[in-house]
Design a protein around this ligand. Sequence first.
Ligand SMILES: [Zn+2]
Ligand SMILES: [Zn+2]
Length: 126
Amino acid sequence: MAGKNFSKKRQMILDTIKSTKTHPSARWVYDTLKEEVPDLSLGTVYRNIALFKEQGLVLSVTTVDGEERIDGDTSPHAHFVCRECGGIYDIFCEKNTTDECPLEGFSAESAVLTYFGKCKECNKEN
Ligand SMILES: [Zn+2]
Ligand SMILES: [Zn+2]
């Protein structure tokens, strides 16, 4: 019973990550599910995210303000990370995910480009 309950929580955490394009943090997932799952702990969310990463179900994008941000979309794509608002935007463009590695004798399996800067909305201000 405890095990069943645990896998139900696990599925809800994964569904929540996969249901958004915002590249959420563990805390965001926790806050989103808290009402529906009152006995959920932040530690459980962290543990499950670590497991999902191991299993290749989600990816770690980057860390913003000390919080790791998770992507439920594991297809190859690049990101733009806004340093102002913490927004993370997907970029689907072949040249941003090249697997050609300039190091001689190395064979790369994947490569992902991440831009850091100011998003459109933040550039509009002031
Ligand atoms: Zn921004
Ligand atoms: Zn993404």
